[in-house]
Design a protein around this ligand. Structure first.
Ligand code: 13P
Length: 244
């Protein structure tokens, strides 16, 4: 089943109010043929929504609790009030930097969905794990631990991001991406039944204009999660176009 593709940009800890001008051309590239979203730093969500109200804007993390003594954290309701429509959870940089566990990622995704946001759950193996032949096993275990039972095609997105491909300019082979996405699809069907066929599976890790078309046409690659190349419309728009 061909799912409508989603091309999402993760600005990470980059961007500024002045840089929101990039959203104009990005919003202009969105069409009926592809969904587009940008996840800027949380401080920019509100201004991003004001600048381009037609472009879905997302956050890069959320807390699983609705409120409380969690200094520096943001709840789903706060993000939704700022105008966010989706939220990335379990990015490998947060799993590494903040020691996030699968159980925490699952709690965040569940809270996001309960609060009306689309949850983009990230998974991916390290280079050592791939070299040891464990890539699919590692990713399957991450999915089993982090995918919320309430996930549906409209509310849940998976992003497969091999850790060694993020920001390095390196990507897995087409065959490796195809094998991994097929394994993820199979796992989603086991976890979610028929809904598992409707959940979009994005590829992320060094997606750029020159490799986007090849990656986006692999079976079960239902879009891309783009870091560095999402910061400038000149790089991001060709990736959106490649998904059409
Ligand atoms: P790059 O596209 O910069 O490799 O980052 C990918 C990523 O981590 C998106 O979440």
């Amino acid at each position: 089943m061909a799912l409508r593709k989603l091309v999402a940009g993760n600005w990470k800890m980059n961007g500024s109010l002045a840089g929101l001008t990039e959203l104009d051309a990005i919003a202009g590239a969105a069409s009926d043929a592809v969904d587009v979203a940008i996840c800027p730093p949380a401080t920019l969500i509100s201004a991003a929504v004001s600048r381009q109200s037609s472009l879905p804007i997302g956050a890069q993390d959320c807390h699983w609790n609705a409120s409380g003594a969690h200094t520096g954290c943001l709840s789903v309701a706060m993000l939704a009030e700022a105008g966010a429509k989706l939220v990335i959870v379990g990015h490998s940089e947060r799993r590494t930097d903040n020691h996030e566990t699968d159980a925490e990622v699952k709690a965040k995704a569940s809270a996001a969905i309960a609060g009306g946001l689309v949850a983009i759950v990230c998974v991916g193996e390290t280079e050592a794990q791939r070299d040891a032949g464990h890539a699919i096993g590692v990713v399957t275990a991450q999915l089993q631990g982090s995918v919320p039972e309430v996930g549906r095609g409209e509310t849940l997105v998976i992003a497969y991001e091999p850790v060694w491909a993020i920001g390095t300019g390196r990507t897995p082979t087409v065959a490796d991406v195809a094998d991994m996405h097929a394994a993820i699809r199979q796992c989603l069907r086991q976890l979610l039944g028929n809904e598992g066929a409707k959940v979009r599976i994005l590829y992320g890790g060094s997606v750029k204009p020159s490799n986007a078309a090849e990656l986006l046409h692999i079976p079960d690659v239902d879009g891309a999660l783009v870091g560095g190349a999402s910061l400038k419309a000149a790089d991001f728009v060709p990736i959106i176009d490649a998904a059409k």
